[in-house]
Write a new protein. Structure first.
Length: 347
């Protein structure tokens, strides 16, 4: 019996809901007809019940538009403003049609902020990093070279529109930068007094927290919204390790070792940033892809750091590197979501 009553209750509720939806659709048609007949003072009362709970989202937008138009012609500007604001809060992407919408409605719409105030989202990508050597310290008579290696990065990003074409773009990123190192030198074998070669190879792994701030310039307004960007990045080093090994000619080689060299690297770094990208509108935001070049302005290490590192590794390897900055190229893809806050603009 209880199950039967419960089923009956559900069916009655569903029927009532369908009836209300049908009733509200009819109400909207009646309000539209009433407006077209010029009986403007009747429109607000007709729409009141279904605006509270009953219209679909699309019907709600049309209802608020009818209300706004009615209040405009009834010369009630405060209520027209309230209806316009409710419309824009319901549909952030509502657009006027200047060829068909009444001029008074178009003029009122243009007195409101309708663009997103900012966008927020995230990005993932990969980077290729390589040191830019400023100078070498003659800790040995060898020749050193650096090669790029692939790292990864993730960031929280925001867009703050400044003008129609300019956008402020701050980010907070976690970046892993890797690069390879090779140093070839010679030593004199004590017994034979013959010169022998030895080669030290290493892979350095750096983890950074970065705060790049750029200004984007939109080149064109189209499907892909291409842009250029310039800015600066402030970076803080979280960790730095080096895996290195040494091979000696006609001698026992050193097995690979891993050491923490964070103390031999400067914690803070500043870089210049340039980028080119595109934004494809999807749903309530943009899918974006970007190619970015980061040029190190400050040095990652100093002369004192080099000798400290050499002393730390001398018993087993004698790792020697140069004074360098780090440059990198990255490719990322991400998504930013539009955040709106429509409001009446000041005159």
């Amino acid at each position: 019996m209880k199950k039967t009553l419960l089923l009956l209750s559900v069916l009655l509720s569903a029927g009532a809901a369908r009836a209300q939806l049908t009733s509200c659709a009819q109400t909207l048609r009646l309000a539209r007809s009433t407006y077209e007949q010029g009986r403007l003072h009747e429109v607000p009362e007709l729409l009141e019940r279904c605006l509270a709970n009953g219209f679909s989202r699309q019907e709600t937008v049309e209802a608020y538009k009818l209300l706004c138009l009615s209040y405009i012609y009834l010369e009630e500007p405060a209520k027209a403003d309230e209806a316009m604001l409710s419309l824009l809060r319901t549909d952030h992407y509502f657009e006027i049609n200047e060829s068909t919408d009444p001029a008074e409605f178009v003029a009122l719409y243009k007195t409101y902020r309708t663009a997103p105030i900012y966008r927020i989202g995230g990005k993932l990508g990969a980077n290729a990093s390589q040191p830019n050597v400023v100078s070498y310290v003659p800790a040995n008579d060898g020749a050193s070279k650096y090669m790029y290696s692939i790292g990864f990065q993730a960031s929280v990003t925001a867009d703050v529109p400044l003008t129609e074409k300019l956008t402020l773009n701050p980010e907070l990123a976690f970046v892993l930068k890797n690069f390879d190192y090779e140093n070839t030198s010679t030593y004199t074998e004590q017994i034979s007094q013959q010169p022998r070669k030895f080669t030290t190879t290493g892979k350095e792994r750096q983890a950074w927290v970065s705060l790049p701030v750029m200004v984007q310039y939109r080149i064109a307004k189209n499907k892909f919204n291409p842009y250029l960007a310039l800015g600066l990045s402030a970076d803080y080093l979280l960790s730095c390790t080096n895996e290195f090994r040494r091979t000696k000619e006609q001698a026992t080689s050193l097995e690979q070792q891993s050491i923490d060299i964070a103390l031999e690297r400067n914690k803070f770094n500043v870089s210049a940033v340039a980028a080119v990208g595109a934004k494809l509108k999807v749903s309530g935001g943009f899918v974006m892809t970007e190619l970015r070049y980061t040029y190190g302005i400050t040095k990652v290490n100093d002369k004192e750091n080099i000798y400290t590192l050499f002393d730390k590794t001398f018993p087993t390897g004698g790792y020697v590197d140069g004074i360098f900055k780090v440059n990198s190229m990255s490719v990322t893809i991400g998504y930013v979501y539009n955040i709106f806050h429509p409001k009446k603009l000041k005159k």
